[in-house]
Ligand binder design. Structure first.
Ligand SMILES: [Zn+2]
Length: 275
């Protein structure tokens, strides 16, 4: 029996109930080991038995997004934990959040960035895709210009990541699956609005380096299908696990698995070779 789907708002978008009823890009990646995901951990999260320990990164992301949305004063007022509570810096923003104000300054001083981030902010959309309901939240939605943008704060633009599965180096875009995120956003927006064409997805990135770097990138329409293929190739497995039809596999690498990991098989040295 189908229960009524939760009507998504900014207040319940990240709630457990919303995660249970809808697929999101981060939830999807959370099931895939190639994106640092783990089926067992994902299922424990959906059951309310496990929470991400990356609260600081989560709060930092929200700080940047609150700025983009124009609600930074509210965010600061509602999140006292971002302020230092003791010592000589008591009452000031904690160092990492103070540094974020520098990132924001960098963004505000670049007209191309402000142009890319113009539009309706934090727009929630849902649509069916691969037989399930997806939810997306677009940072800056600009259908008049046929674009939308997502804002990311990261450590570095130039850092090279090692992909253990493909045994090849990759950029932050592949490493964090931003290509998948942007492609799915384009597809869900297209379905939700009954448009024939995708909007052009843009990524505005700013780094947390001492002197912040920043850049803007777009995902061309010709590369969207390739990213959507990653979803097509993995979604049936994710659906089967999420619905309880198939037992989740433990990755034995994430914090959730490591807590009660037992060695199942003794490995040969060569199994630790990187390539
Ligand atoms: Zn795991």
């Amino acid at each position: 029996m189908m229960t009524d789907l939760l009507k998504l708002t900014r207040d319940n978008y990240f709630s457990l109930e919303a995660q249970r009823q809808y697929m999101s890009v981060s939830q999807f990646k959370g099931f895939l080991p190639s994106y640092g995901g783990c089926e067992a951990q994902s299922m424990a999260k959906l059951a309310g038995e496990w929470e991400d320990s990356q609260k600081t990164a989560f709060d930092e992301g929200h700080f940047l997004h609150a700025w983009n949305e124009g609600t930074l004063p509210d965010f600061k007022a509602n999140n006292p934990s971002i302020y230092s509570s003791q010592g000589p810096t008591k009452g000031q923003l904690k160092a990492n959040f103070k540094h974020l104000t520098k990132l924001i300054e960098v963004l505000e001083n670049d007209p191309k960035v402000m142009n890319a981030l113009a539009g309706e902010k934090e727009v929630i959309m849902t649509a069916s895709f691969h037989g399930i309901k997806w939810k997306i939240m677009i940072d800056s939605y600009n259908p008049e210009k046929a674009t939308f943008s997502d804002l990311k704060g990261l450590q570095s633009i130039d850092k090279t990541f090692w992909n253990k599965e493909s045994r090849a180096p990759e950029s932050f875009i592949q490493h964090y699956g931003y290509d998948i995120q942007m492609a799915v956003y384009a597809e869900i927006e297209r379905r939700a609005t009954n448009n024939k064409e995708w909007l052009l997805p843009h990524l505005v990135v700013v780094t947390k380096e001492t002197v912040p770097d920043h850049d803007i990138a777009f995902l061309s329409h010709e590369n969207i299908p390739r990213a959507l293929n990653i979803v097509a190739n993995n979604i049936e497995r994710v659906k089967a696990v999420k619905s309880g039809l198939v037992q989740p596999v433990r990755c034995e690498k994430c914090d959730y698995c490591k807590l009660d990991k037992k060695v199942m098989r003794i490995k040969e040295f060569s199994e630790f070779e990187l390539y």
